[in-house]
Design a protein around this ligand. Structure first.
Ligand code: 5GP
Ligand code: MN
Length: 317
């Protein structure tokens, strides 16, 4: 079990450490990357030695984030020493990839906003009401009295933008918008961020058009899913937004994206209007939020689909 920290205790622990490894979760998104990079810029401004890690490829769409080139992927068997290992926006240890094995740290800290958090770290700052971990990072930097610069502001804005679906999901609060407003005052230009985020590669749109051909409805149209077969899947192409197509079809209450990413591994994304899909994802070893969650199933595409869709059946009896 973790020691639950306040924001000022979290800030104190960060200030006490000199060498810090910041870890973003696997299948990285704009929140884990933006939050981690903002924290990196802040800690370096305080003179800390910071190493950035993610045990995965980073989608090209994030290449505009200041500092993104700092990320390293640890080799298995590598040994890294640190005072503190900070895992950002990950609710369970597996989401940290190999960092927990590679890094020999005096303590592990976890900063997160997922209600499914498994308390895997020594120290935990958890705010399940925060729209994004980036919203927590903004408050943390204020608490630590770190002067924010445009790089930190851009990275924090990116986290808010991603996890709120550009400020439209139900997790968007007045605090989220007040934070965004403060970031604009620091020089963030919303259209620069959205221009970078919304641009699609031609291959991405071609893959989307193939994925949409698989659109399937179940339970009188209350469930819809799309799939990406292994022969179509390309880890260099960002598919994070594909689930929004079934999600916004009239009458759909639960939308899913299935993609087979390895011979025996299928990633599942859940989106819902009301049903707690975090619970369903958690039952498969994943996690997330009530209306947006995910998990990995150790099975090929069709088998994983059968297993997950069976679990949904009881909701529609
Ligand atoms: P997405 O479907 O965009 O990959 O993920 C939706 C939400 O669920 C995100 O908040 C993400 O962090 C969380 N999530 C996705 N996959 C997993 C997983 O395998 N394990 C856990 N713990 N959370 C996940
Ligand atoms: Mn997040």
């Amino acid at each position: 079990m973790s020691k639950i920290c306040t924001l000022s205790e979290t800030g104190e622990l960060l200030k006490q450490a000199n060498t810090i490894v910041i870890v973003s979760h696997v299948s990285p998104d704009g929140d884990t990357l933006g939050s981690s990079l903002a924290l990196m810029h802040a800690l370096r401004s305080l003179g800390k030695e910071v190493v950035m890690n993610v045990d995965d490829d980073i989608p090209a769409v994030y290449s505009f984030l200041p500092g993104i080139q700092e990320y390293r992927r640890f080799a298995a068997g590598e040994a890294v020493e640190a005072d503190l290992l900070v895992v950002i926006d990950a609710s369970s240890a597996d989401r940290a990839g190999n960092a927990l094995e590679v890094v020999n740290a005096s303590a592990v800290m976890n900063i997160d906003h997922h209600k499914t958090n498994t308390h895997f770290a020594d120290y935990l700052y958890l705010d399940a009401d925060a729209a994004a971990t980036a919203e927590i990072i903004y408050s943390l930097l204020l608490t630590m009295a770190v002067p924010l610069n445009i790089d930190m502001a851009t990275c924090i804005y990116e986290g808010l933008y991603t996890d709120t679906g550009s400020f439209k999901y139900s997790n968007t609060t007045s605090n989220t918008l007040a934070t965004a407003a403060a970031l604009l005052k620091l020089g963030v230009n919303p259209s620069t961020i959205s221009d970078n985020m919304e641009v699609k590669s031609r291959h991405q749109v071609e893959m989307l058009s193939e994925a949409l051909k698989t659109l399937t409805f179940l339970h009188d149209g209350r469930v819809a899913f799309v799939e990406i077969a292994p022969e179509l899947y390309d880890h260099n192409i960002d598919t994070d937004t594909f689930v929004s197509y079934p999600r916004y079809i009239e009458g759909v209450e639960i939308a899913l994206l299935f993609k087979q990413v390895e011979e025996n591994l299928t990633r599942v994304s859940f989106r819902s209007k009301a049903v707690d899909v975090a619970k369903i994802a958690l039952s498969f070893g994943g996690g997330g939020h009530q209306k947006a969650a995910g998990c990995s199933i150790c099975a090929p595409l069709k088998e994983a689909e059968k297993t997950v869709l069976k679990a949904l059946e009881e909701l529609f009896v």
